[in-house]
Design a protein around this ligand. Sequence first.
Ligand SMILES: CC(C)(COP(=O)([O-])OP(=O)([O-])OC[C@H]1O[C@@H](n2cnc3c(N)ncnc32)[C@H](O)[C@@H]1OP(=O)([O-])[O-])[C@@H](O)C(=O)NCCC(=O)NCCSC(=O)C[C@@](C)(O)CC(=O)[O-]
Length: 302
Amino acid sequence: MSLPSKVKIVEVGPRDGLQNEKETISAEVKIELVDRLTDAGFVNIEAASFVSPKWVPQMATSTEVMDRIRRKPGVVYSALTPNMKGFEAALAAKADEVVIFGAASEAFSQRNINCSIAESIERFRDVAQAAKQHNIRLRGSISCSFGCPYQGEVPADSVADVVRRLRELGCDEIDIADTIGVGTPRKVQAVMERVAKEFPIERLSGHFHDTYGQATANIYASLEVGISIFHSSVAGLGGCPYAKGATGNVSTEDVLFLLNGLGIDTGIDLDKVVDAGQFISQHLGRKAASRTGNAIAAKRAG
Ligand SMILES: CC(C)(COP(=O)([O-])OP(=O)([O-])OC[C@H]1O[C@@H](n2cnc3c(N)ncnc32)[C@H](O)[C@@H]1OP(=O)([O-])[O-])[C@@H](O)C(=O)NCCC(=O)NCCSC(=O)C[C@@](C)(O)CC(=O)[O-]
């Protein structure tokens, strides 16, 4: 089975990774993290989230972060925008891409964005139109594509239904997200193959959390069915405020070690990602949740 020769990694640490941290992280630290990631060679970094600060206080510095990061031409700096209020803020902050985020599970949609799936699509309609008017890339993200903390099983057809609705809104890219990390390789392949009937596979991405240690196996399984965009988080930062017990996104260092070993090109400098991971972990006062990151750091220390 042939695997893609090139993969795009969307670094989501500064947003998905940090949004759940209890202690307030200063804008300076977030900016340095994004700048380090830019230097490491990512072409897409999720840097901000324009959501209600009452719901996700850690993201309240998003305007400042977007204003002060060192932008490299060609790099896409993305921001989450659940509604027009979020979109206006993202536009003012010069986001290159806005992300509308729904769920394949009704229960999770209610808990995360306080509305049903159908209502969320209606709210996204204005955001999608505005993004098109302003020539801003539009990405759609679907939580709980492999299981839901409240509802349990999520049928592949439910994921496909949301993919179809996001396609109709004009999404350039759609993320199939394993919010609570319960996917396993065969299931992941079945869902990816099902949703690829609704949307071009080269514009679908795999967003895996590593709660049950399956994320790199799921990435390999996704590669086997032709997925070539993956989300990951430096130092394995993360968790979801509305998914109790969910651990971080798969660590970027681990994904790069896997892809480098497979001879798949990402254009990213693993050593610089390890540095960025050690930087943010030291700041947070804990060891990185990345096996590769910690192994390389230990080897360097001799
Ligand atoms: C969606 C809403 C806003 C609805 O929240 P709501 O309470 O239903 O909305 P509302 O329109 O009634 O507004 C309530 C208050 O929020 C304010 N507000 C309203 N919108 C905004 C905005 N954009 N920016 C700033 N403030 C906003 C609004 O102005 C008002 O303020 P008040 O009058 O009470 O002072 C709320 O539920 C929310 O912000 N939820 C946060 C959800 C979130 O960020 N979740 C984490 C990200 S998703 C994720 O991590 C999953 C993903 C993408 O990574 C994939 C995966 O792994 O699954």
